[in-house]
Design a protein around this ligand. Sequence first.
Ligand SMILES: *Cc1c(COP(=O)(O)O)cnc(C)c1O
Length: 426
Amino acid sequence: MSDRLPGFSTLAVHAGAQPDPTTGARATPIYQTTSFVFNDADHAASLFGLQAFGNIYTRIGNPTNAVLEERVAALEGGTAALAVASGHAAQVVVLQQLLQPGDEFIAARKLYGGSINQFTHAFKSFGWNVVWADPDDIASFERAVTPRTKAIFIESIANPAGSITDIEAISTVATKAGVPLIVDNTLASPYLIRPIDHGADIVVHSLTKFLGGHGNSIGGIIVDAGTFDWSTGGKYPMLSEPRPEYHGIRLQETFGNFAFAIACRVLGLRDLGPALSPFNAFLILTGIETLPLRMQKHCDNAKAVAEFLAGHPAVASVSYAGLPNDKYYQLARKYAPKGAGAVFTFSLKGGYDAGVGLVSKLQLFSHLANVGDTRSLVIHPASTTHSQLDDAAKIKSGAGPDVVRLSIGIEDKEDLIADLEQALGA
Ligand SMILES: *Cc1c(COP(=O)(O)O)cnc(C)c1O
């Protein structure tokens, strides 16, 4: 072997995987088992005491999932990762390590609708208080910092309009406040943006979207950048203080630059329980092998569709960061030079009724609540994903009544344009 570091496409196919040591199987097997036999009593005790790494029980870890974890950690440039049952589970597990009841975290207002719900309602019942900031106004993050702030949460490419977040500027605010920056990198995938290269301390994904890529499995993942010092100021006791259930060890002291991933596994996943099925891990791993090919095609198609829509008389505006006159074009050139993603919005001159009407006339586009599928998808956020918000909040989060969201697939772009043309013209 040469001493060349493998490139992104090579990692997407190989990182974390070896031929199966007992059977020689080349594809990663699905280890469909709940539990794993110990070598002897000492081995069992050392696994339970975190003195040795190994498999115990699939709620805490599984060899198929471990390949997925290593692969995504490699693609994102992190030290370790933890796969969980969904993107939302990843968010719960991350924040559980950081927040005590009564604590706060700052979140960008432009987020996936489900995350806005989760942060506003479910997390409130845990005593975790979200404080909203505007990702287009970096000073709003600075103003939101208080002594109880424990984290900042943003999306790299933000739902629903595909806007690009200035990760480095917000990372500077997080560093100054002494809190980790969490980046939801779902819409970009590491092929387009690697948030850790821009100062993120933790990356989360819904694997359900572009990483799995085929609309067949729900999953989530947490990537530890290994960059944050959890021991300063006693702010993160889960990581810095002795753990009674593990013979008093301190996770940061024992595990160093992958302590956060360990905390998520041995405190979060172990106790909250949202384990990823190894079968889903297998499907998502297979999806990741073609991530670079798919993502480029998604972006190239999205740009062509956005250009078509921008020139159509029924369309009032298109919000796609890959168009040169877009507000986020310069940020897209800096953070996502290979393409500005494949999820974006446009608005129709006919308002709410036109939005609902268009969705019902499209034939090739599927009307459903998902993004990041091989198939092209459409939704009218104001009547679905963002319907729980009041009108002002809808507009602020980019989901006004006239807005339609597309997730562009990997079909032939001419067919996608023809479908939009018939639906807009009819
Ligand atoms: C889908 C999505 C989530 C939630 O992920 P699930 O796998 O559906 O739980 C979180 N963030 C973003 C940006 C998403 O698109």
